[in-house]
Design a binder for this molecule. Structure first.
Ligand code: PLP
Length: 426
């Protein structure tokens, strides 16, 4: 207990020391020295550059010429120390035998939803889910037929379209509208788009790649439209735990009775606590009994209902009461966003960042450069020596944009930004 109290105090002190500063060679601290901390949770230092070589990292696998990989959404920080400690402890128990999903897993998620998002789902609505995308796919298989239409809201996470199409369904675009530097849903367009073959909508809440926290009114109207037409809403909330600037994520099913009736939530600790390699670590919240039974039955039939030991241990450890690490991480991300904003304000390169509200991903508007997308990506890769995600891969409205993963030490980000200045400067 003493160590925990110490960690908490130290983190708060570290967070207070964060100063959004200019880019040039800034000493930047949203953390504290690792050696100052205790044992199991050994502290954290987001400034430390971690060597990920030899770990089969997908992110670094693409950086074949020494580029800085700033694309796929995992962070270059050490995974949450409490999670690593819990995994270590479990491995020391020697036997990794068949394991049931314990009530403690459900309890941890229920307590977290209440603490982090002010949502109090019934515990029986919560279940293990085998990874967010796998779970969304299972929902598509369970609630739709081949040839059915499933709506997405591009520019949006590319795996939505990819798997809808792989499953033989039709992905239908209801593109977001960008107005005065802010995206909103096209709810009138949505209503017009729905026909008798439209069975589901995959909602990205918060929205990746833009990092938007959806407001209650948009979510409520979306729920009402979908309910009226018998369309289920599959809400991907994997980025919800990363709500920044003191704001809160709104779980879709918490909005209204209507949303609870039409919605299925899929989420997990993998983004916020940096556990993406613990594939299959997720959960679902399905308030509607009929949908829940149908969905969980389908998972059982596919033998996808058994949570792996690392998933159980990691989820319980991540979703603890003590949020000092996560809060410290969020302050650091906000600091990195400030670096990016200051950099593009100081350097007129024809690139404008949109501030993310819930992620470590910054959506960069490069349309003013007037470059074809291939050339834009080429310049980032071959001249700036950075690999961002290609905006075009997120579908309609993504052309002219890239998504920059800033979940890295400020020194790495600063160096990357300097190279962007050299590559795109006139
Ligand atoms: C919106 C969104 N959903 C899902 C995923 C992947 O989730 P999982 O690894 O649990 O399938 C990502 C990863 O980047 C994501 O951004």
């Amino acid at each position: 207990m003493k160590r925990r109290a110490f960690l908490k105090g130290a983190a708060a002190a570290g967070a207070a020391a964060l100063v959004p500063a200019g880019v040039a060679g800034t000493a930047f601290t949203a953390c504290r020295p690792r050696e100052a901390a205790g044992d199991a949770a050994e502290g954290w230092d987001f400034d430390e550059v971690i060597d990920r070589s030899g770990t089969w990292s997908i992110k670094y696998g693409r950086a074949t010429n020494g580029e800085t990989p700033m694309w796929i959404a995992d962070m270059d920080f050490r995974t949450d120390p409490y999670v690593r400690a819990a995994l270590r402890t479990r491995l020391d128990r020697d036997v990794l035998g068949y394991t049931s999903t314990p009530q403690a897993f459900i309890d941890a998620i229920a307590a977290w939803e209440r603490q982090a998002h002010g949502y109090a789902p019934e515990k029986e609505w919560i279940g293990y889910a085998p990874g967010v995308i796998t779970s969304i796919n299972q929902a598509c298989l369970t609630f739709t037929e081949p040839g059915d239409r499933i709506i997405i809201q591009p520019p949006v996470y590319d795996h939505f379209r990819l798997y809808i199409e792989r499953l033989g369904r039709v992905a239908v675009d209801n593109p977001l509208i960008l107005e005065n530097g802010r995206y909103r849903m096209d709810l009138e367009g949505l209503e017009r788009l729905i026909d008798s073959r439209t069975k589901a909508l995959v909602l990205c809440n918060p929205h990746n790649p833009i990092g938007l926290l959806w407001d209650r009114e948009s979510l409520a109207r979306l729920a009402e439209i979908c309910d009226r037409h018998g369309v289920i809403v599959i809400s991907d909330e994997i980025h919800g735990d990363l709500a920044l600037y003191g704001r809160r994520h709104t779980p879709f099913c918490s909005i209204s009775e209507t949303a609870a009736r039409v919605g299925l939530i899929f989420a997990g600790p993998t983004k916020a606590f940096n556990l993406a390699g613990l594939s299959g670590t997720a959960f679902c919240i399905i308030p509607d009994k009929e949908k829940r039974e149908k969905y969980l039955g389908a998972l059982r039939n596919a033998k996808l209902d058994e949570a792996p030991i690392p998933t159980i241990e990691a989820t319980i450890a991540a979703y603890r009461k003590d949020t000092a690490w996560l809060e410290s991480l969020k302050r650091y991300i906000e600091g990195n966003i400030a670096l990016v904003e200051q950099f593009f304000a100081d350097n007129d390169l024809g690139i404008k960042p949109l501030r993310p509200e819930a992620s470590f991903l910054v959506w960069l508007d490069c349309r003013a450069l007037g470059l074809p997308q291939d050339e834009l990506m080429d310049t980032f890769r071959n001249q700036a020596k950075i690999i961002p995600s290609n905006g075009a891969s997120y579908g309609t409205g993504g052309e002219g944009f890239v998504r920059l993963n800033i979940g890295c030490p400020a020194s790495v980000l600063t160096a990357a930004l300097s190279r962007i200045r050299m590559a795109f400067g006139k």
